[in-house]
Every structure is written in C-alpha cells, then in structure tokens.
Write a protein that binds this ligand. Structure first.
Ligand code: GLN
Length: 453
C-alpha cells in the first residue's frame, strides 16, 4: 500500500505505464497468509519490483515504449521474470522506457518522457529511465531493466541508485524484446550492490530457451557482498579524471574515490584505452545493424500496429512501420539497413566487427593485469529535458550518443559492470561511478562495489 500510494503521489514523474494494484495486493495478502500459517516462502517474499516495458510477463501488456505494440499482451513470461515470481517477488507494474530501448534520456518513449526525481526538469537517463526513477523515488524496492550500451547503468547514475549489467549470457534473454542481440543484457536496478547481487543470483543461470546463456554454475553473489574484499589491482581511465569533456564535479568525485581506494590498500593505476574513440562508432554501427534485423518482425502482419490505409502488401509494410515507429527507431533502422546493404557492408559492418575484436583484445590485455576498470559512469550529470533530443534543426543527434562513452565498452566486449552512487554535483545532481570486471567475475564486482558504497 505504501508503494501504491507513492506511485499515485508521483504520477507527474511518468514512471509506470501500467500499475497492477489489485494483483500486487493479492500477492501480498497471499504471502501474509502463508507467513502466518508458517508455510515456506521464497527468497524474495514481499520484495516489490517493477519491470521495464521490454520484459514479457504473461497476460500483461508489453510494448517497449512504442505505439507499434499498442494493445499487445505477452503470451509467455521471460525466464528472468519467472525466476523472480517463483521466489515470491511482487511485480507492481511495468515501467516507461525509451522506444525499443533506444535512447539515453527516456525521451523517445511513445508514453512521453520520465522525469528525474532529483530535479523534474531533467531527464532520468535511458533507456531504463522509468526503472531507475522508480527506485530513486521509492515506488518499488528494485527494478529489472535491460542494458545494451548502458541502459541500466547510465540512468542509475543519473538517479543516484545502483545498476548492474552482468556478463553477456549470464541471464537468459528469453522473453526480453530484442534490440541488439549480441549486446543485450537483463540487469537489476536497486539501492545497493547487495540487492542487485541477490536479484542477479536468482535470475542468472542456464535456460533451455536461450542458446547464448552460459551453463556456468551461478555463484552466491549475495553472500559475496558480505565479505571484505582482498586488496585489488584497479585500473582507472585517465580520461575519466582528466578529460575536459567530463564535468568538473564528476572528475573530482572520481578522484576522491580513487584516493579512498588507495588509502584502503588497493593498487589503483591510470590507464588509457587506445580505442576509446572507436567505441561509440563500433557500438552504433553494430547495434543499428542488429536492430534493423530484429525489428523487421514488426511488419503489421506478424506483429504490431497495422495501418488502416494500405491497398497492397508493400504499402501495408511501409505505412504500418511509418505509423508505428517513432523517429529515433526509424533513424536506427535506416542506419542499420545502410550498414548492412550490399555496397557498404564491408566498409561498415565488417569493419566494425573487426574493430570490435580489437577492442576485445585490448580489454583482455588490460584485465590480464587488473581486476577492475574504474571510471565515471557518465561524462555529465542528468541534463535538461529537451536539451539533446536532436529535434531542433541546429541540434546534433550525436550529442545524446556521447552520454554512453564510458558504458558501451562493457557491452562491446560482453564484460560485467556496475554503476554505484558517488556523491552529487553542487546543484545536488547524482554522480555515478562505474566498475567493470572480467567475464563472470560478478561476485568480486558486487563485493568491491558494496565495500565502496
Ligand atoms: N543509450 C544507448 C542507445 O541508445 C544504450 C541503450 C541501451 O542500453 N538499451 O543505444
């Protein structure tokens, strides 16, 4: 009831696209009854969570923040969501996000933007913006988002909460609406690394419905957050504390954390990534290519909005897609189709695949020497609504893409990374700190994150 009341009080933040008040109350009542009767309850009994509107939940609406899926009802439940339900979590609703998870500000949603609770004139970040504000404003205890290039970590940083992107393949993608399949990860947003660790532990592990999911045994991540971390070797990105492109208060906050880690006995050394400038181009060529293929299913026939106006099949495709998709999604389908077209495939798609491998090799060399790579999560704090939409003819749509400069590397290489709160700017806007670890080193990642928190 407390959460439901706060959701009502905070309608202006535009966080939930649907609230399951009755269903949530019933689950809570049922749990109360089982508790009173001394019946066993799951490990998440009573934990109120929200789901980003890209995760299937049978019998519930699902539309990826898009008019393309108006009225669509999920036919099955995502593996990650089912595992939470099996442990008696209470799902309170589905959360606003950028359309098909494409964006860094939650302004591409067909449901309108979400507002940052720290300053409602500012964006919450994206694409899991609703999921981050829901935790920030106490509208649920934790949210489940998705992270293709930073969509869990960047909004977590903008909202002063914790967001974890696991190793690629750690959590099943079955039931997650695809954006870029070789990058997409399901990830929790919560108040603490310990809460993220518990949710990860429950969602992770083999799944017969996703052939890319790892069969490695799931470790006791939540127990790891209760143990003191041994002295570690930590690299930090020199650009994160020196580049004039990074907001001064973010550079200072990052430096303070570096000093504190040294004082705590860890080795902390600066490194530079020679391929830093190639991260965003590689990410955007490959993700738009994969998106153009993934989103071809929304043709007005098999899935999605169907135009009322077409007289033949080609017109039906064109009109349905033009009416159903918003401008950012259309931009990315066009970019991806171009990168995959016969004449440009080698110049863009093949080249980007090659650069992806070089980035992976450089990252591997780095992690042969260090346990963690530390940086700010974002170069700036939450920006104003409308500031970087690219809708003004003078605006540059690439400005928005820069918000992900520090987060995309983890997705390009498939490594786990976490964003934790790291103080605030003089105006009181949250600052995030990111730590990245080797593949499947989530246990030590959440442990050091909890220690710093
Ligand atoms: N902001 C990035 C993008 O627009 C990342 C999105 C995501 O992680 N889903 O692609």
């Amino acid at each position: 009831d407390g959460y439901l009341a706060r959701i009502e009080e905070n309608r202006h933040l535009n966080v939930f696209t649907e609230v399951y008040a009755e269903e949530a109350r019933q689950r809570a009542d049922d749990l109360d009854r089982r508790w009173a009767a001394n019946e066993p309850v799951g490990r998440l009994a009573g934990m109120v969570i929200g789901l980003k509107d890209v995760l299937s939940h049978a019998g519930h609406g699902l539309q990826a923040g898009s008019h393309m899926l108006d009225g669509f009802v999920a036919q099955f439940t995502a593996t990650a969501v089912q595992r939470l339900l099996d442990e008696d979590a209470i799902v309170i609703g589905r959360q606003n996000c950028d359309e098909f998870a494409m964006g860094s500000s939650n302004e591409t949603s067909a449901f309108g933007p979400v507002r940052n609770a720290a300053d409602p004139t500012r964006v919450p970040g994206g694409s899991s913006g609703g999921s981050a504000v829901a935790v920030q404003a106490g509208l649920c205890l934790a949210s489940i988002g998705s992270d293709t290039g930073g969509s869990v970590r960047q909004p977590a940083a903008f909202c002063g909460v914790t967001g974890l992107k696991p190793t690629y393949g750690r959590i099943s993608r079955w039931g997650l609406i695809a954006y870029a399949s070789s990058f997409d990860c399901v990830g929790p947003i919560a108040h603490t690394p310990a809460d993220c660790a518990l949710l990860l532990e429950i969602m992770a592990g083999p799944d017969e419905f996703d052939s890319t999911v790892s069969n490695r045994p799931v470790e006791a991540y939540s127990a790891a957050t209760q143990m003191a971390s041994a002295p570690r070797r930590i690299a930090y990105l020199r650009d994160g504390v020196e580049s004039p492109g990074v907001d001064a208060s973010i550079r200072e906050a990052t430096q303070r954390t570096i000093d504190a880690l040294r004082a705590a006995g860890h080795t902390v050394e600066p490194v530079s990534l020679s391929l830093l400038d190639s991260l965003l181009p590689t990410y955007y060529i490959l993700t738009t290519a994969e998106a153009s293929s993934n989103l071809s299913r929304f043709d007005g026939v098999r899935y999605g909005h169907r135009t009322a106006e077409a007289t033949d099949l080609i017109e039906l495709y064109k009109k349905s897609r033009t009416e159903g998709f918003g401008s950012e999604v259309r931009r990315r389908i066009l970019l991806g189709t171009f990168a995959l077209s016969a004449s440009y495939y080698d110049a863009y798609y093949t080249k980007a695949q090659q650069v992806r491998r070089l980035i992976r090799e450089e990252t591997e060399r780095l992690f042969a020497e260090y346990d963690f790579l530390l940086s700010p999560t974002t170069p700036s704090p939450a920006f104003k609504l409308g500031e970087k939409t690219g809708r003004n003819p003078d605006d540059d749509p690439l400005q928005m893409y820069l918000a992900d400069i520090f987060t995309v590397q983890a997705n390009v290489v498939g490594y786990p990374a976490i964003s934790i709160p790291n103080g605030a700017t003089p105006e009181g806007l949250p600052i995030g700190l990111q730590l990245m670890a080797s593949p499947f080193a989530e246990a030590s990642l959440v442990a050091i994150a909890q220690e710093i928190t």
